[in-house]
Design a protein around this ligand. Structure first.
Ligand code: FAD
Length: 139
């Protein structure tokens, strides 16, 4: 199995309905491929982890990369994993608040625009994982 972690920025402000549509689509497709993970959203920036068989994760990520609803995709990590860290979800979702961002990301300020895709804040997979794992859920 592998895990991919990437960050991106929404092309336009996404309404709750638009986000819900992305999640519904993601969950349906991920279930079909047994891909699990978590999507975080803060002020128009995204951080997502995808886990599963290599071919499935690569296929899902290839479609995500083409999606016009977000841009500035930055691959933070692609690594072999023994076990899933987010196995309870076809795609979990959370909106980290300022306290969690400050706890996980040294240098975070509430004034930071697009914090999840800011390379000065999240520049390694390890940092991204610290934040993602605050919301991990497993069966
Ligand atoms: P099609 O249904 O053929 O659509 C083609 C393109 O049309 C899409 O790539 C997209 O650019 C665009 N599009 C589709 N619907 C809309 C819409 N409502 N508004 C505007 N443009 C639209 N998919 C997964 O399978 N798993 C995931 O975990 C996942 N996570 C995502 C996370 C984010 C932040 C975003 C933005 C998207 C995510 N998606 C995920 C959706 C994924 O990008 C694809 O849209 C989806 O997989 C369908 O792929 P497709 O090529 O079959 O698209």
């Amino acid at each position: 199995m592998i895990a991919i972690i990437y960050a991106s920025r929404a092309t336009e402000p996404l309404s709750d309905d638009a986000l819900r549509a992305i999640l519904e689509e993601a969950r349906e497709r991920n279930e079909a491929r047994d891909v699990t993970g978590l999507l975080l959203a803060v002020g128009g920036s995204f951080l997502q982890i995808l886990e599963g068989a290599e071919a499935d994760v690569d296929a899902v990520y290839a479609r995500i990369r083409e999606d016009a609803r977000h841009t500035e995709l930055r691959l933070l990590g692609r690594e072999e994993i023994e076990d899933r860290g987010f196995g309870g979800w076809w795609m979990g979702f959370a909106r980290p608040g300022a306290d969690d961002l400050a706890a996980a990301l040294p240098g975070y300020k509430p004034s930071t625009v697009y914090p999840l895709v800011d390379p000065s804040l999240i520049h390694t997979a390890a940092l991204a994982r610290t934040l993602l794992e605050m919301y991990a859920r497993n069966p």
